[in-house]
Write a protein that binds this ligand. Structure first.
Ligand code: NAD
Ligand code: ZN
Length: 379
């Protein structure tokens, strides 16, 4: 079972990502190892659906380590990443009498992880957090890296904090109950990490997609290696740029992880988060960014095709060609305002070689052309 040590600036020691099949049963031992004997209470935050599937197992193994465990469950959906839910989460932590030596366990997808992580970050100015991600997206992306937060009416993730977990436990078995679209979404984020990470990671991801076909073969022995490779990549980028420095534009800046995300956020906004799963929107967003890269003379057509094929292998994406281009461009401009007038495009020079383009250079006409080409219906 791979155990991946991760170095951070904020924790005095490395933390570990445990990856394997059936690792939910190890959560108790992991929690005891990283919190120590002084720790008495754990506050488990999950959602109803995930808790009904895996809550009992996790509660049992935590109790077996003599933790007094209380649970609190949120409803489904992105709308739960709100200040209102945060206030309830903090009330829950107060009610359990959680001390600074105790901990929060986040059991669920990225929504649970971001909300519970943020509650852990701000309660008593920070209590230990253990992430137990149960979606592929959360396993390869959101649970690693320490970004936590909630949304405001004005936009996603506008309030948040960097709070590194003390441990992450990834159980591949939990993916067997994941709806197909959620798998597609997670696989799109894997393709993204490969596209900006290295040709090796891209190839490993593509080989897995080729071999396992749609829907992805969750029993494949390659899956564990793939998830471990993605966690290692994400952890490496994060430890080199933990707080996403504003001024960095080099190829190892944390910003490269936002490849495809400018368009993805616009797609999510104009459809009020109803049409696309986040990772699906990233699938489209990467294609637009690749078309832009090609139109700017940076990326060869053959590289763009490699990326397109990999995205198609993740599974079907909801059609985006019927959306109003003007609205999308407006949503992109809004993002730009929030970033103090400078939109940084994450582009590609080739697979595995990102380029951060700082401001300017992308005209609305070029953007329109790229949107059209990316969203065109294909046979
Ligand atoms: N913090 C970060 O660095 C970071 C990175 C990427 C994304 N995110 C955030 O992550 C969120 C998206 O996360 P997500 O895609 O995991 O969505 P999600 O948390 O909404 O989970 C998706 C759905 O899958 C269900 N589910 C979860 N695990 C399951 C399982 N094992 N079996 C069956 N159903 C299961 C959930 O109930 C939900 O309906 C967004 O809010 C995004 O902003 C954060
Ligand atoms: Zn994403």
């Amino acid at each position: 079972m791979p155990r991946l040590p991760v170095r951070t600036r904020t924790l005095p020691h490395k933390y570990e990502i445990t990856i394997g099949r059936g690792t939910l049963r190890d959560v108790g031992q992991v929690a005891r190892d990283c919190l120590g004997e002084r720790s008495q209470r754990l506050a488990l935050i999950s959602n109803r659906k995930v808790f009904s599937l895996y809550g009992r197992t996790v509660m049992e193994v935590l109790q077996a380590q003599n933790f007094s465990v209380s649970s609190w469950l949120i409803d489904e959906g992105e709308s739960q990443k709100s200040l209102r839910t945060l206030a309830s989460a903090l009330q829950f932590l107060t009610d359990t009498g959680l001390q600074r030596s105790d901990g929060v366990v986040a059991l669920g997808g990225g929504v649970v992880g971001d909300l519970a992580g943020f509650a852990a970050a701000v309660y008593l100015r920070g209590v230990p957090l253990i992430q137990v991600p149960t979606t592929l997206l959360a396993q390869v992306d959101s649970s690693v890296g320490g970004k936590t937060g909630v949304n405001l009416a004005a936009g996603k993730n506008l309030v948040g904090s960097f709070h590194q977990p003390q441990a992450v436990v990834v159980d591949l078995e939990t993916l067997t109950t994941l709806p197909k679209r959620e798998l597609t979404a997670g696989l799109c984020e894997c393709v993204k990490q490969g596209a900006v990470g290295s040709r090796k990671l891209f190839k490993q991801t593509n080989d897995f997609l080729l071999e396992s076909r749609s829907p992805a073969n969750l029993t494949s022995p390659q899956l564990e290696q793939l998830i471990a490779a993605h966690c290692a990549f994400k952890a490496a980028i994060v430890s080199g740029d933990e707080r996403e420095s504003l001024v960095r534009t080099d190829r190892r800046s944390r910003k490269i992880l936002n490849f495809g995300h400018t368009i993805a956020h616009a797609l999510e906004t104009v459809t009020s988060y109803r049409k696309f799963r986040h990772g699906e929107a990233v699938g489209h967003g990467m294609l637009v960014a690749a078309e832009l890269s090609k139109n700017l003379g940076l990326l060869a057509q053959s590289e763009l095709e490699l990326l397109r094929e990999a995205i198609e292998r993740c599974g079907p994406l909801p059609f985006a060609g019927d959306l109003d281009e003007g609205e999308l461009i407006k949503a992109i401009a809004h993002d730009k305002k929030r970033a103090a007038g400078r939109l940084q495009w994450i582009l590609l020079e080739r697979i595995g070689r990102p380029r951060i383009l700082d401001g300017g250079d992308v005209s609305p006409a070029l953007l329109r052309r790229s949107l059209r080409a990316a969203f065109k219906k294909r046979k």
